[in-house]
Design a protein around this ligand. Structure first.
Ligand code: SAH
Length: 346
């Protein structure tokens, strides 16, 4: 069966044309899926019954099922999805004031091998299809009451989005399109470990989204250790590509820095980081490490976090300290999947 969310609407349109249906039917189906949150074709009451039956016979809406839902005291919800095509991924809904942000996965597993991250521990399994990413959006949207809308999307779940660029862009197109979720591209962020060639491609093809680059170290020696993929490129080339993206997009860059206690949280490292980044229109997101069982890394002390932030601010950088949301539900990427030995079915 074909996945209705996977072929772009042109394919649905072609199928509808074969059925002798007017072209506006595709819009109607999309509206039911994205705006009215239909989970089957049955309730699509402005479509003829025979068409609903034909759609049901031809297309699947879901190729994943929610195998676990955990809700944090702060309102963060994390879903574990079991995929028909194999594997499982996590996605998260974060509630913050009026914001309703979702964090999506782009791959099953991850091939980047960042030492401190749970997602990469089992290695890379496969890229998600665009439909599998859109399903994450729709599943998370069903967690909201009818009068609330999703406002932000971040590609910060499992996987490296720029290693699956084509499918990620197709999915984000549905997130931003008025006939999809209608979320402004300014509220959509792609987070990358820093793959320069893919950043260059993104700048050429689709510089509408925010780019976040995960740095975690102020020099190549330490970064080669923490994020081994750095050995292939080096910080200079990565920053060049990020600057190129800024030129193409006009959007302020975000750099992410996961603070690992005793590893990358020292004052001289903060100074080195400030020197590395100075002069760019950018925001630095400092994220205290969320410990992963079996990995040797620890949270930074409160004093180290504050000192690190203070040094960067004194050097004129705009720093944002990410509050830990959903820490009690293992909301850092890859942790739920790992801890989940007996998924609960819903
Ligand atoms: N591969 C992409 C996106 C996925 S991870 C990237 O590297 O940016 C999203 C962010 O969460 C990255 O900055 C990643 O380094 C960080 N992260 C991974 N594990 C974490 C942990 N246990 N605690 C805090 N942040 C973590």
């Amino acid at each position: 069966m074909r996945h209705i969310l996977d072929p772009d609407s042109a394919n649905l349109q072609a199928w509808l044309a074969d059925q002798g249906q007017p072209t506006y039917r595709a819009r109607q189906v999309e509206k039911w899926l994205f705006t009215r949150r239909a989970t089957s074709f049955e309730p699509m009451s402005d479509l003829p019954r025979s068409l609903r039956e034909a759609l049901t016979a031809e297309f699947a809406i879901w190729t994943s099922r929610v195998s676990k839902i955990v809700r944090s005291a702060d309102g963060t919800e994390k879903l574990l999805l079991q995929l028909d095509r194999g594997g499982s991924v996590e996605c998260v809904l974060l509630r913050d004031g009026a914001r309703r942000s979702i964090c999506l996965s782009s791959q099953v597993g991850c091939g980047m091998g960042c030492r401190f991250c749970a997602s990469g521990l089992g290695g890379f399994q496969r890229n998600l299809t665009s439909g599998e990413m859109i399903e994450q959006m729709l599943w998370l949207q069903t967690r909201l009451p009818a009068d609330e809308r999703l406002t932000h999307v971040v590609m910060m779940g499992m996987g490296e989005p720029l290693a699956n660029l084509q499918n990620v862009l197709a999915a984000l197109d549905r997130a931003s399109s008025p006939s999809g979720l209608g979320i402004s591209p300014r509220r959509i962020t792609i987070s990358t470990v820093g793959l320069p060639a893919a950043i260059d491609r993104l700048a050429k093809r689709e510089p509408r989204y925010h780019l976040a680059v995960s740095l975690h170290a102020p020099n190549d020696r330490l970064r080669n250790e923490l994020a081994p993929v750095n050995q292939q490129y080096g910080l200079r080339r990565i920053l060049e590509a990020a600057d190129g993206y800024f030129e193409a997009s006009g959007r302020r860059l975000t750099f992410e820095y996961v603070l690992l206690g005793g590893i990358n949280d020292r004052p001289e490292q903060a100074r080195q980081l400030a020197a590395l980044l100075r002069g760019r229109p950018m925001l630095l997101n400092v994220i205290p490490y969320n410990p992963v069982p079996d990995l040797p890394y620890r949270e930074p002390s409160r004093a180290a976090i504050l000192r690190f932030q203070q040094i960067l601010e004194e050097q004129g950088l705009v720093v944002h300290r990410r509050r830990r949301k959903g820490a009690d539900i293992a909301a850092a990427c890859g942790q739920l999947r790992r801890s989940s030995t007996s998924p609960v079915s819903f």
